[in-house]
Design a protein around this ligand. Structure first.
Ligand code: ADE
Length: 249
């Protein structure tokens, strides 16, 4: 897979991409990350890429031509077909389901806006969809683009050391992940749930499912409406609700 980021701030992208799991995956050639500096396509010697708004209003808007030419360059240099995403607070919310769909693409082009955003005409010309990473406004699309890169990259085989790592994780099956513990088994008077030390595989599996349901009930009850739940899950939830499900401190 190739991901191309179109941005006015290429160093923001590179700084994140060289660290940790993404950095290792890129070095290992598990995917390609291309960064296109939109300013290189300004077409003027001042590198000007923005202008004032028609109809009035404060701030500056990124102009059509530099964005369009940068996008053409991304299409030329990467595999086809490409899917172009504009990162914007007006977009559809990013979900794990969306991440999984995107990870099946051969070329993702992520377009980052800055200032007041980008002239609508070029968005209409190049963007296949608009994605938001949440209901708040960032100073630009770069951090949002890197959220997409990170979430998509970890779905690529080999990027995570152990594929099983994402089988039980939060959102994999519409529920939040159960709590997890490591050594020591006793810390500041707090113990690891005894079942996890019991070596009893079936009971551990049952506990994990139950705690996954409890976590979701406590922290994101809205997710339960669309999770696929068995009869046992529903009984467990009813029991938790009856018991009042107090949260630990
Ligand atoms: N650009 C600015 N705010 C954003 C958001 N919430 N999501 C995606 N891109 C953005």
């Amino acid at each position: 897979m190739t991901i191309t980021v179109l941005t006015l701030f290429p160093d923001m992208i590179r700084a994140i991409a060289r660290e940790s799991i993404l950095g290792r995956a890129l070095k290992a050639g598990l995917f390609r990350l291309e960064v296109v500096d939109i300013r290189d396509f300004s077409g003027n010697r001042y590198g000007k890429v923005d202008d004032a708004l028609f109809g009035g209003g404060t701030g500056m808007l990124m102009m059509c031509q530099p964005v369009y030419d940068a996008h053409q360059k991304a299409l030329q240099d990467g595999p086809s077909p490409a899917r172009t995403i504009y990162l914007s607070p007006k977009g559809a919310p990013l979900t794990q389901g969306k991440v999984e769909a995107l990870s099946g693409e051969s070329h993702l082009v992520l377009l980052c806006g800055h200032y007041e955003g980008i002239d609508q005409r070029v968005l209409d010309a190049v963007a296949d969809e608009e994605i938001s990473i949440g209901d708040y406004v960032l100073t630009g699309g770069e951090l949002a683009a890197m959220v997409v890169v990170d979430a998509v990259a970890r779905r690529i085989p080999g990027v995570l050391p152990d594929a099983a790592a994402y089988e039980n994780e939060s959102h994999a099956d519409g529920l939040l992940e159960h709590p997890q513990y490591t050594r020591p088994s006793e810390w500041m008077g707090r113990s690891v749930p005894p079942v996890l030390l019991s070596g009893h595989h079936a009971r551990i599996v049952e506990w994990k499912r139950r705690m996954s349901l409890v976590e979701t009930l406590r922290k994101r009850p809205d997710l339960l409406a669309s999770a696929s739940l068995s009869e046992d899950d529903l009984l467990a939830l009813e029991e938790e609700i009856r018991m009042g499900g107090s949260s630990p401190k």
